[in-house]
Design a protein around this ligand. Structure first.
Ligand SMILES: C[S@@+](CC[C@H](N)C(=O)[O-])C[C@H]1O[C@@H](n2cnc3c(N)ncnc32)[C@H](O)[C@@H]1O
Length: 206
């Protein structure tokens, strides 16, 4: 499978002692694929490209979809991962490098008409970045766009910011949560134990 190439890239990076940032596991990638296949999905916007696993999953799941990824581009494997995605899915993937708190609003100014049918917020995991990303992507959400977020595990260091940002967006009436998953199983609340937790929702005000 072409995605194995990306897994190999990551493994080589880990084995040579270089930095590696977590990605979705197989349960979550399968879930992302299901969302990409929902009726009418054409444009997908994600914050957090990393080694391209979620981008690859979206593109493979839905041959009609185009993916726009926003990423800092700080990891060495970002470039080879992007090259691989372009080889397998020519013309269907765009990577916008830089700090999403700046690049997402700038991209929106340059493409005011563009609206994403699926949005995946999985970039910086500090509260400030997760919150900013959620709010900034809202301006580019199609009516009834599917909104995904990852790492709703506040009992882990990297889950604190995304969980606070997501919970506040719900409390403030900006986002409605539709489904919550923990380690591949549907659950009702964000609660330990668990390694991975993600949610599907929608923006209530676009
Ligand atoms: C958890 S990884 C994304 C994983 C990817 N969505 C997947 O499932 O395969 C997070 C990525 O966000 C990037 N990132 C962190 N802070 C960022 C920021 N402020 N702006 C853009 N990207 C950022 C990191 O460099 C990393 O590549």
């Amino acid at each position: 499978m072409a995605i194995d190439h990306l897994h190999g890239l990551v493994m080589r990076n880990i084995l040579t002692g270089r930095s590696w940032e977590g990605s979705a596991d197989q349960d979550e990638l399968d879930y992302l694929a299901g969302v990409a296949r929902k009726p009418g999905v054409k444009l997908i916007g994600e914050i957090g490209f990393n080694a391209g696993l979620s981008s690859h999953t979206f593109l493979e799941a839905n041959p009609d979809a185009t993916v726009y990824s926003f990423d800092l581009g700080e990891h060495r494997y970002v470039r080879p991962a992007k090259e691989h995605i372009d080889e397998v899915f020519p013309g269907r993937h765009h990577l916008i490098l830089g700090d999403s708190l700046k690049t997402v609003p700038a991209f929106h100014r340059e493409h005011p008409e563009l609206r994403f049918d699926v949005i995946f917020v999985d970039g910086g995991h500090s509260y400030a970045v997760a919150k900013g990303d959620l709010m900034n992507m809202r301006r580019m959400a199609a009516p009834k766009a599917w909104l995904l977020t990852d790492d709703l595990t506040p009992w882990k260091r990297w889950g604190k910011g995304p969980t606070r940002a997501w919970s506040e967006a719900i409390e403030d009436g900006v986002v409605e949560q539709l489904e919550l998953y923990r380690d591949g199983r549907r659950v009702d609340e964000i609660k330990p134990p668990g390694d991975r937790s993600w949610a599907l929702g929608r923006y209530l005000q676009t």
